[in-house]
Design a protein around this ligand. Sequence first.
Ligand SMILES: *Cc1c(COP(=O)(O)O)cnc(C)c1O
Length: 237
Amino acid sequence: MTKQQLIYENVQAVKERIENAAKKAGRNPEDIHLVAATKMNDAECVKAAIKAGIKIAGENRVQELVEKYEQNAYKGANLHFIGSLQTNKVKFLVGKVQLIQSVDSEKLAGVIAKYAQKNGICQDILLEVNIAKEASKSGIYPEALPEIIENLCNIDGLRIRGLMAIPPISHFIGENLCHFDKMRELFIDISQKKYDNVSMDFLSMGMSGDFEDAISCGSNMVRVGTAIFGARPYMIK
Ligand SMILES: *Cc1c(COP(=O)(O)O)cnc(C)c1O
């Protein structure tokens, strides 16, 4: 089987898993957005995924994104940024990506707003939540969210569209359910507060190993890499 065929089959299999998980949770599969996490996969692989029906590509590293962007890798799909972002790299993203999912501080959001204003656009973002409060991870602590949202909601050039989380790596099915559940509660709480200019449209959580559990807890955006492209080089021992 060629790499292209393999990616095609994998995309269909992931879609089927999403469909089954959605139905099991009594949800409409069409409400769940599949983001192909494309890190370390080249332009050819990204193009193959889009040809196989992927509508959103998610990149982790700015330099990799810019390189593949110049190779027209994302043609026919939306592009999201999902990796950790330094403020001095923001300028390379604004105008190229539909959604920056990984906004982990008020300061970063401010810089994004500045560049968006400069470009005369409004940048959609998600706030990244450090739901398990892991010291090794970035993300906003749940209790800090309300104040940050209040401070950000009326800034020009920026629109908060939801929340994103990367819980710990799970070793067995169900291990992250508690974190996903807490994310759902946060998401609902914030939705109900009806902040100006904030629309809680997307709850981005769930990866190859746990997206079914995430969907059972209300995720409507899953970010899937390995199950589409195979193991990344550093994962192969
Ligand atoms: C790599 C990555 C994913 C996908 O992880 P897999 O386990 O390969 O599906 C999802 N989200 C983010 C932020 C990532 O960096």
